[in-house]
Design a binder for this molecule. Structure first.
Ligand code: GLN
Length: 532
């Protein structure tokens, strides 16, 4: 069993500096050097997981193979590294407290007062070290939030203790902002100094500082930060804004972040790392001259983070066929019979997004009708697939007011219905059909060519399903169930035979696309859009 090294990533000054991207980039570089790495996110909110959070609050909820509903940063970790994450890779304050309180009720602390230190901080440390048991060379742990937040304190304290408990096997990387003041034409280091001071007040000296900046850091700025924040000059790393997040590993390599990390752990390393394949994908992402206009119809369009994985999957698949997808987010509530043509006619392909609840449903159905009748490539994901089924039922099978029982409980034609195993569930947290399930494709599927196999496994997050009582009727009119779960018979994929490309999937292919392994369904969709 190897000795795992632990890297902590904290953030200061403001949120949204891109700790997830820095963590992913470092993991990418270490992996390229042959080390095994995993990344973990500790989130300081009280929810047990983000599954019950509205996308407006927290962006997309990412789902792992083992059915964890997680922070969207785990999506970045997988997309950068191709290392699959699991339940253990995302822990919230809610989960930490729940474990400690359950132990207290069992009597595990009998006679003792249960406190933040040591009980909560011990549980945080246990969760961090749990991943080390899986034989990784490095566990990178990203602490959500900003240093100085009340919620983050127990995590910073746990890191302080771990630095002692795992002497020589931990380092702390602190990410801050160096703002540029246009009036004085200067980069300012004071926020970074204050942020490091705050960490020091909590007993933690960062080993490496990554400075987010719009402009190149001068030597003077780097020296000033090094001097005031007690780090060597080589440990002051610039993180300049990049045109694509996938360029960040290359920028970090130029800044020698991985080398500085390995020096801190006293691990010998070779000078060169091979990132050629990665670089060739980035080149295509940045420079391909063909462009495809894709409409993404959803109801959280003001917030692109709500559809992060779909957005990134399109970028990966675009690079694979050397085309840049230009994604326009369209609000489904704005799409009506009278406006649909004007809104959608110029697109090469239309995606209808996943979602919950009835708001915006009719607009999605109207968009799908337009795509079906005008032979425009259509791709429905989860709720998008369910809406395609409803549209077909209403307008082709002439089942008036057909619906999903999620939207209309007493619909005369429940073509989408609650799954049997969901009927007795009352709690809403973590109770959907979650994670990876098998699906078998049949010969009729247009997707077989791109998957290059019949047995696939994809990730899920839903409660409702295609109602098999209507399957024959649909197939008689040309909407085929082309992918089926072999154990339950649940319809995973529907396709329309006489259409350029009309595919609805009950699963979420976007959770499995990575930069180096773009997803077959997204590639197949973009190829159809390109033909248009
Ligand atoms: N609301 C639908 C269901 O629960 C679809 C969910 C989704 O799009 N992720 O089945």
């Amino acid at each position: 069993m190897k000795e795992t090294n632990y890297i902590f990533i904290t953030g200061g000054v403001t949120s949204s500096l891109g700790k997830g991207i820095i963590s992913s980039s470092l993991a990418k570089l270490l992996k390229a050097r042959g080390f095994s790495v995993t990344i973990q996110k500790l989130d300081p909110y009280i929810n047990i997981d983000p599954g019950t959070l509205n996308p407006y609050e927290h962006g997309e909820c990412f789902v792992t193979d083992d059915g964890a509903e997680t922070d969207l940063d785990l999506g970045h970790y997988e997309r950068f590294t191709d290392v699959r994450t699991s339940q253990a890779n995302n822990v919230t304050t809610g989960r930490i407290y729940q474990t400690v309180i359950d132990k207290e009720r069992r009597g595990d602390y009998l006679g003792k007062t249960v406190q933040i230190i040591p009980h909560i901080t011990d549980e945080i440390q246990r969760r961090i070290r749990l991943l080390g048991k899986e034989d990784y060379d490095f566990v990178i742990t990203e602490i959500g939030g900003t240093v100085g937040d009340i919620e983050s304190f127990p995590y910073i304290e746990a890191i302080r203790q771990l630095k002692w408990n795992l002497e020589g096997r931990t380092i702390v990387i602190h990410l801050t902002l160096v703002p540029y003041l246009s009036t004085s034409k200067e980069l300012k280091t004071k926020p970074t100094q204050h942020s490091v001071k705050m960490l020091l007040e909590n007993g933690v000296q960062p080993d490496i500082l990554v400075l987010r900046t719009e402009r190149t850091l001068t030597k003077e700025v780097r020296e000033k930060v090094a001097k005031f924040c007690n780090v060597n000059l080589s440990s002051v790393i610039e993180s300049i804004d990049a045109s694509t997040i996938y360029e960040v590993p290359i920028l970090m390599q130029k800044e020698k972040l991985d080398e500085v990390v390995l020096q801190k752990f006293k691990i010998p390393y070779k000078e060169t790392v091979d990132l050629e394949r990665w670089k060739s994908v980035i080149k295509k992402i940045k420079n391909s001259t063909c462009s495809l206009k894709i409409a993404l119809v959803g109801k959280y369009v003001e917030l692109p983070d709500a559809y992060k994985s779909i957005n990134e999957s399109l970028i990966h698949a675009g690079a694979a066929i050397d085309c840049k997808p230009k994604i326009t987010f369209l609000h489904s509530e704005k799409i009506e019979e009278s406006s649909v043509k004007k809104l959608l006619k110029d697109f090469d392909g239309i995606i209808v997004a996943p979602g919950f609840g009835h708001r915006g449903i009719e607009g999605k159905i109207t968009a799908i009708k337009f795509a079906r009748e005008n032979n425009i490539p259509f791709f429905g994901i989860c709720l998008g697939m369910q809406c395609a089924v409803i549209e077909f039922a209403r307008n082709v099978l002439k089942l008036k007011d057909a619906n999903s029982t999620e939207m209309h409980q007493n619909t005369p034609f429940p073509v989408i219905d609650l799954m049997e195993e969901q009927k007795n569930i009352n709690d809403l947290g973590g109770t959907m059909r979650l994670g990876a399930y098998k699906c078998v494709l049949n010969e009729k599927s247009k997707l077989i060519k791109e998957y290059n196999k019949k047995d696939i496994s994809e990730r899920h997050r839903h409660r409702y399903e295609f109602n098999n009582e209507y399957k024959k009727e649909f197939e008689n009119k040309g909407m085929m169930a082309t992918g089926i779960n072999p154990n339950s018979g649940l319809v995973e994929i529907v396709e329309i035979e006489n259409h350029k490309w009309f595919v609805g999937v009950q699963f979420h292919p976007e959770y499995k696309s990575t930069v180096l392994n773009p997803h077959p369904v997204f590639i197949s969709f973009l190829k159809a859009c390109k033909k248009k």
